[in-house]
Design a protein around this ligand. Structure first.
Ligand SMILES: [Zn+2]
Length: 650
């Protein structure tokens, strides 16, 4: 795993650190850093390191932009330290910083993140940063030089890397500090320092210590690394560019304290459908909402399975979530079955909230979202009845979390086309299916098992019926979803059938009509293709049978007893059973007769003669014996464009 490779070099006690400025509802992207650091921390612990993970809330930072959910009065607080801005009236938080960070920190427990939380205001107010502040102010020349050389940012010769809280107006984002004498700094509260807030014009001298002000965040990084003894701290790739803040901070740390910066873990963005998220623009989803959408282990899986250097492109689309869940579930299943690689075992351990949590049998997200939309289903009971072993506590917990997730998704994210609705009548759109698709549905109905069977047996039943039709799998499943849900896609077919009543399904499928003539036209092959198929499968054929069918098409109302018809077809169906016990139908379409006034008795004779020669030929060529499966079957249908026509052969 990437997290283990990272810690090959470090020695001695380790402090992993990460932080967040609570300037708005925290977006899910911020969880990537939290969980990347947590993965590194877990790797350290499992290697026996004396390790700690600390997470800082940078709450002395100024309010420098309005959050997306800001109330109008908040604009009056621009430039104030976040921890001095009141929380919204409805909030129980002590201040705005506390308000925004609380719901984010609430996720830490849920996600099993073992970080110790600290508030940066406390580091300042308690005096813990005083030594670092003193050293940085005394060495401001080094800071100015680094700014100029590394990030090409010129600062005036008297500029100091510090901002105090103005004694006149209480703002921090608008003050400029100069002239440090070892005890106090001079400051001016400038009306024009920044565009987003205006200072009161106050000037004065004040101690920079004990929470009277703060370092700019690049230097705050330096103060944390030095004061706390941080050994590993990653940063988003936007900070890790050449001349970027990470490089500036590292150079300042070396220049002022002669220390080496922590091990960096640069990580890529977490994107929601391609757009970078930021807490000041309402793009994407908050971490809290994501915590409601995804169970903790799925959220951990999402963030951790991708190595830090690759972008995570997240989407709340149905297909994306189904894929995400399925990948996770395959991982769980391979670990349960003992087939997992060491890497897979480690991944699973890393994404579980409790690394020693017991194994469970996951129920697919796609199935749950489907079941939640089907009427009259007690999902928990149904799933329990279907599982081979009686569900464990872990199975039940997992099911509850997943049901909550599926419900939340349906309520908040599902698009209209994602919604399933069991059709109480045959949908009109079934008419738009091809004849072979409708014939497949009809065949499903005529061979549907009367006793309930297991989900995977229903799945096999669908595949078997598709082979016997014959029809390709994609068209078969499309027809199935169309007939039940009026959609082209749906949950696993076998699962769907297993949750709907046998009577309902038989009734539904046997109501589907189709034209035999069209069906044969679509699925019939030439005698040569039939020979080619047998030749290809000859070695594995274990049994062969055949049957003859004749179908006559008359004009509407003209399907008289006289035996006269407009056109028709005769087919020889070959049934080949292979070694794997699967039976295939090959429909040979040798005769295609047309012309008003045909004679059915004649066509009957003609087909029989043809079949005799054809079967004899096959028997000779392949040394197979073909048993006839019952007498020839003759059907009639009318050529009316108005369906329905007669039902096909069972
Ligand atoms: Zn002021």
């Amino acid at each position: 795993m990437w997290n283990e490779k990272l810690i090959e070099k470090p020695t001695g006690p380790q402090l992993v650190n990460d932080s967040k400025t609570p300037s708005g509802r925290v977006h899910v992207g911020s969880l990537r850093g939290v969980l990347i650091h947590d993965a590194v921390y877990r790797a350290l612990l499992s290697r026996g390191f004396d390790a700690k993970y600390s997470y800082g809330i940078d709450d002395l930072d100024p309010l420098d932009g309005l959050p997306a959910d800001a109330e109008p009065w908040l604009k009056d607080y621009m430039g104030y330290p976040l921890c001095s801005v009141p929380a919204p009236e409805t909030s129980s938080a002590t201040d705005l910083a506390d308000h925004y960070i609380s719901e984010f920190l609430g996720l830490f427990n849920k996600l099993g993140v073992g970080a110790e939380i600290y508030r940066t205001r406390d580091l300042y107010r308690s005096g813990r940063f005083n030594e670092a502040i003193d050293a940085i102010l005394k060495n401001a020349a080094i800071v100015r030089k680094v700014y100029a050389e590394v990030s090409n940012a010129a600062r005036p010769a008297n500029w100091l890397p510090f901002q105090v809280i103005c004694e006149g107006c209480g703002k921090i984002g608008v003050t400029e500090v100069t002239n440090y004498d070892g005890k106090e700094v001079s400051y001016s509260c400038r009306p024009d320092l920044v565009t987003w807030a205006s200072g009161c014009g106050n000037r004065g001298r004040i101690s920079p210590f004990d929470g009277n002000g703060k370092l700019p965040w690049k230097l705050e990084w330096v103060a944390k690394w030095h004061t706390l003894g941080v050994t590993i701290e990653g940063a988003g790739k936007d900070h890790c560019t050449r001349g970027g803040s990470r490089e500036v901070a590292a150079a300042c740390l070396r220049g002022i304290f002669g220390e080496e910066p922590p091990l960096n873990v640069p990580y890529e963005f977490f994107l929601i459908v391609g757009a970078k998220m930021s807490s000041s623009k309402a793009i994407g989803t908050s971490a809290r909402e994501m915590g409601d959408l995804l169970p903790p282990e799925i959220l951990r899986f999402l963030m951790i399975r991708t190595p830090p250097k690759k972008t995570v492109n997240f989407s709340t689309d149905h297909d994306y979530l189904v894929k995400l869940y399925n990948e996770h579930d395959r991982l769980v299943e391979s670990c349960l079955s003992g087939r997992a690689t060491a890497e897979q075992e480690k991944t699973l351990e890393l994404i579980e909230v409790n690394p020693r949590s017991t194994a469970y049998h996951p129920v697919g997200f796609q199935l749950l979202t489907a079941l939640l939309q089907l009427p009259h289903i007690d999902i928990e009971k149904e799933i329990e009845q279907r599982s081979e072993t009686s569900p464990t506590r872990a199975d039940k917990d997992s099911l509850h979390k997943r049901l909550r997730s599926a419900r939340y998704w349906l309520e908040n994210f599902a698009a209209a086309e994602d919604r399933l609705e069991l059709q109480l009548e045959v949908p009109d759109s079934v008419e738009c299916l091809r004849a072979s698709q409708r014939a497949f549905l009809s065949l499903l109905g005529s061979r549907f098992p009367t006793d309930r069977i297991a989900e995977d047996e229903y799945q096999r039943f669908i595949f078997d019926t598709a082979r016997l039709t014959p029809i390709d799998h994609k068209s078969a499943f499309q027809a199935l979803y169309r007939a039940l849900l009026d959609k082209d896609q749906g949950p696993k077919g076998g699962a769907l059938l297993s949750y709907l009543g046998t009577d309902f399904l038989i009734e539904r499928f046997s109501k589907i009509a189709y034209s035999i003539d069209e069906f044969w036209q679509e699925t019939g092959v030439t005698p040569d293709s039939c020979e080619a198929w047998i030749s290809e499968h000859e070695q594995s054929i274990s049994g062969t049978e055949f049957a003859l069918f004749l179908n006559a098409v008359s004009l509407t109302g003209a399907a008289s007893d006289s035996g006269r018809f407009l056109s028709g077809k005769g087919v020889v169906e070959i049934y080949a059973k292979l070694d794997d016990d699967r039976e295939h139908t090959i429909r040979v379409l040798p005769t295609d007769f047309e012309g008003e006034g045909g004679d059915l008795a004649q066509e009957d004779e003609r087909l029989k003669r043809y079949a005799r020669d054809f079967i004899q030929g096959l028997s000779g060529k392949f040394r197979l014996s073909f048993k006839e499966r019952g007498p020839i079957r003759i059907t009639r249908e009318t050529a009316s464009t108005d369906l329905p026509v007669e039902h096909g052969p069972a």
